[in-house]
Design a protein around this ligand. Structure first.
Ligand code: PEP
Length: 257
């Protein structure tokens, strides 16, 4: 089973509108200049809500081989949920992906597995691929409980989904202690937990689903360390924060092969 690697850039709450436009254009030019092959890695940017419409225009207008999406989605369809953005709103803007349960959402907005699961289901129902983020904090890692902790998050977020739904989504293992810290997990650390996630999927949903679902690693990935991380059997791509704001670095990540 071949899984196309996915390199997703999470811009977080960065860049003004002009900078966002420039970054998408420069990224597309650089990838085309370097003859990037989309069959060897799919490249996606997860942008602030306010940039989605512009990114859609750039991608569709110039037929860029770049996917895009959002960093969060509401667990509700519509109604009195001030400040929230629904999955159908994102789908109308052509979003192909949305991050759910990013550790910054879990930490600063008290998102738990049940809410992450509800968001995951809304994204799937709207035809958007959720990138379900999981991963342990430093204390859990030091206690040696990182695998159990991460699998409990996966089980919580994917609760009630069928095998086809699980096969179609993306799971991103992001140890919290490695996000934005420059502290990258070793390739073996990444492999250990990504393999455990795939093992859990195999147990729950069978071989075909486990061999299809894409499992990413995220946490201080850069052009300089992406190759060794991507060499791991169960790592199918990267969720990239800081480096996704740097055209050269993110292009190098996209062109890891
Ligand atoms: C992230 O935001 O998901 C992330 C992995 O950030 P960074 O690459 O900066 O560690």
């Amino acid at each position: 089973m071949t899984r196309t690697p996915l390199m997703a850039g999470n811009w977080k709450m960065n860049l003004n509108h002009v900078e966002a436009t420039g970054l998408v254009q420069k990224l597309a030019w650089t990838l085309s200049d370097k003859r990037h092959d989309p069959a060897r890695s799919e490249v996606v940017v997860l942008v602030p809500f306010t940039d989605i419409r512009t990114v859609q225009t750039l991608v569709e207008g110039d037929r860029l081989t770049l996917g895009y999406g959002a960093q969060d989605v509401s667990a509700h369809d519509s109604g009195a949920y001030t400040g929230e953005v629904s999955a159908s709103m994102l789908a109308k803007l052509g979003c192909g992906y949305v991050a759910v349960g990013h550790s910054e959402r879990r930490q600063y907005h008290a998102e738990d597995d049940a809410l992450v699961g509800a968001k995951t289901r809304k994204a799937l129902a709207a035809g958007i691929t959720p990138i379900v983020c999981v991963g342990e904090g430093l204390e859990v890692r030091q206690a040696g409980e990182h695998v159990a902790h991460t699998l409990a998050q996966v089980a919580g977020a994917l609760d009630g989904l069928d095998a086809g739904q699980v096969a179609s989504l993306v799971i991103a293992y992001e140890p919290v202690w490695a996000i934005g810290t420059g502290e990258v997990a070793t390739p073996e650390d990444a492999q250990e937990v990504c393999a455990a996630i795939r093992g859990w999927v195999r147990e729950q949903h069978g071989d075909e689903t486990a061999d299809t679902v894409r499992v990413l690693y995220g946490g201080s990935v850069k052009g300089s360390n992406v190759v060794e991380i991507m060499a791991q059997t169960d790592v199918d791509g990267a969720l990239v924060g800081g480096a996704s704001l740097q055209v050269e670095d993110f292009s190098a990540i996209a062109r890891f092969y």
